[in-house]
Design a protein around this ligand. Structure first.
Ligand code: NI
Length: 317
């Protein structure tokens, strides 16, 4: 309680000192004059030193004291302190030597690379098993109208059959990943079989769409350490999912939308299939529903711009 009273009186004294000059725009020299004129003891003396910047060491001590007092206040009282009177953030080591009165930008740690900005509230919307004429194209129309990039995990054999759709997916800014060549259960393949499923699909994508596939979604979500190693050797990452709409099972538009939206949270990967008409019909509902939840439907390349080769992503984190 004593600490609280001290804090409150500190606020009162400082507020009085700063608010005393009638113009709201009182600058620090006016504050200093008022403070000195009042001659109200050591706190105000120190405060005026802080305000004028005449003694950096003193000003730092006052600043620290004020910060401690402020942090000791109950939340409601902190809110009552006008923003311009609240204590600044603690000094960083880099600006400890800065000349008085010189503003210093926050220090960067040179040993740590700048982190890429996080994809805020992002959710990856993904579609497997295409591309096919009809439903894949209809989905592309919807995504364009809604201004959304998604991810298409294509089969190599379908990419060979529909190169024009592969190029359209690429040209419209979506992420294209591999879903194997012929929808093989990769964990049940020989090592050579795994290699063939990956290499033939990557060749198809490179040949038909000049796409370098960085992502592999193993059919049925089935993989083992050999599949992971084969992907890593090709610079690829695995993407499974944390939201399964089961769209291929129920083939129901409303259910697909409900499962996609209800299950999604920031960083989710949603599994759907662009070869089913009810799924494609749900796309607009899914996008609107995610946005209504404050989520941002994006492609995998947008959500995870620098995937780690050989890592299995079920979500962004
Ligand atoms: Ni599939």
């Amino acid at each position: 309680m004593k600490r609280l009273l001290t804090a409150v009186s500190t606020v009162a004294v400082l507020c009085a000192a700063v608010l005393a000059p009638t113009p709201a725009s009182a600058d620090s020299s006016q504050v200093a004059q008022v403070s000195s004129a009042q001659g109200a003891g050591s706190l105000i003396d120190a405060s005026s030193a802080f305000a004028t910047g005449s003694s950096q060491r003193t000003s730092r001590a006052v600043e620290d004291g004020w910060r401690r007092a402020y942090e000791g206040l109950p939340g409601q009282m902190q809110q009552a302190v006008p923003p311009h009177l609240r204590p600044p953030a603690p000094a960083t080591p880099a600006d400890a030597d800065a000349p008085a009165g010189v503003a210093v930008a926050p220090a960067h740690n040179p040993s740590r690379p700048p982190e890429s900005p996080r994809c805020s509230n992002c959710v990856a919307v993904t579609y497997d098993d295409g591309p096919v004429t009809g439903t894949t194209e209809q989905l592309l129309d919807t995504l364009k109208r809604k201004d959304v990039h998604a991810t298409f995990f294509v089969l190599g054999q379908n990419a060979n059959a529909h190169p024009e759709i592969v190029r359209r997916i690429r040209d419209e800014g979506h992420t294209i990943g591999s879903h194997s060549f012929s929808h093989a259960d990769l964990a049940k393949q020989t090592d050579a079989g795994i290699a063939a499923q990956l290499d033939e699909t990557n060749a198809a994508l490179k040949d038909k769409g000049t796409v370098e596939a960085r992502w592999l979604r193993p059919p049925y979500g089935s993989y083992d350490s050999r599949v992971v190693a084969a992907a890593a050797a090709r610079g690829m990452s695995l993407a499974t999912w944390d939201v399964d709409t089961a769209d291929w099972q129920h083939r129901n538009t409303a259910t697909t939308c409900q499962k996609a939206v209800a299950g999604a949270r920031e960083g989710s990967i949603i599994l759907m299939h662009d070869i089913h008409q009810p799924t494609v019909a749900a796309a607009e509902c899914v996008i609107d529903g995610l946005r209504a939840k404050g989520l941002n439907p994006v492609s995998l390349d947008e959500m995870i711009p620098r995937p780690e080769a050989g890592h299995v992503y079920t979500r962004a984190d």
